[in-house]
Design a protein around this ligand. Sequence first.
Ligand code: AQP
Length: 335
Amino acid sequence: MTETSKPVLFSGMQPSADSLQLGNYIGALSQWTKMQEDYDAFFCVVNLHAITVPQDPAGLVARTRRTAAQYIAAGIDPAKSTLFVQSHVSAHAELAWVLNTLTGFGEAGRMTQFKDKSQKQGTDTASVGLFTYPILMAADILLYQAASVPVGEDQRQHVELTRDLANRFNSRFGDTFLVPEAHISKGTAKVYDLQVPTAKMSKSAESDAGLVNVLDPANVTKKKIMRAVTDDEGVVRFDRETKPGVSNLLTIYSVLSGQSVDSVVAEYDGRGYGDLKKGLVEVVEGSLAPVRERTEELLSDPAELDRLLAQGAERANEVAGRTLDLVYERIGLMR
Ligand code: AQP
């Protein structure tokens, strides 16, 4: 990869499960593949973030490769974009430490993802790493001088914190960081759990029943969609407040088929939820089957995958190293 004059984009996902879920695919990955054409894009498998909750070590290595393979299978082109693993670039942890020293305790305490995730685990057992997760995320983004950060709605607050930290650093120590913008695509911002359609779909959901995994076999996904929670009204229409289940199905259908929600509603007018679900099974399978097949191919050659990741890490280290040198110089840390 050579240096380009395009604006920089940074984004990442945690290798916290054997498969990405449909929300990751719709909310992030499919945006990434479109945006990589117009940006100098850095896509990271954020394994340092993943260890903020307990992970099995051997499983984590396998999941790191599986996550990278799914990026490529979904359309990330390692010849165009820099694809790498977070722990291969030590500048992430180093800048995170510096930013930790600039973040208020109360400021970090307002992050709602920590509140949600720590509640799931029990606040006493949640790690300090989980608490400072957004600060590591700020370091990820700022190291590459990213202009744009494509994420789902759930990450908006973390990008806001990143902006605050960039501005704070710049005003204290002189212009150093570009202040990034979150790129949150409206229609695709949030995919909800099929069983609890008021909760976001999540890789680490307590129950697997409402979770559509990118790598699940077609029959498993079909079963989950056919059992998705709806309502008693029996009318296919979009209303997030009173019909969260049906509205979620309509959103997924619309995004993956490229049709507007209105046109999907018109197509299923007068038909039951069963028909909508059957149609959705086809639409989902049409999108995920090629990703699944390509992922399996990539995973059958781990040496080649590792080679691509090493190549990405080399460029990421170059760019991140430059920013870190500047940061250290600005704050008076001897090199
Ligand atoms: N349900 C969702 N709808 C839309 N976008 C989503 N994202 C996650 N869930 C949804 C987006 O996917 C990207 C990667 O997220 P991550 O892996 O870093 O962590 P996460 O947001 O915490 O995702 P999960 O699946 O819920 O992971 P676990 O269970 O490990 O915490 C982000 O851009 C996110 O917005």
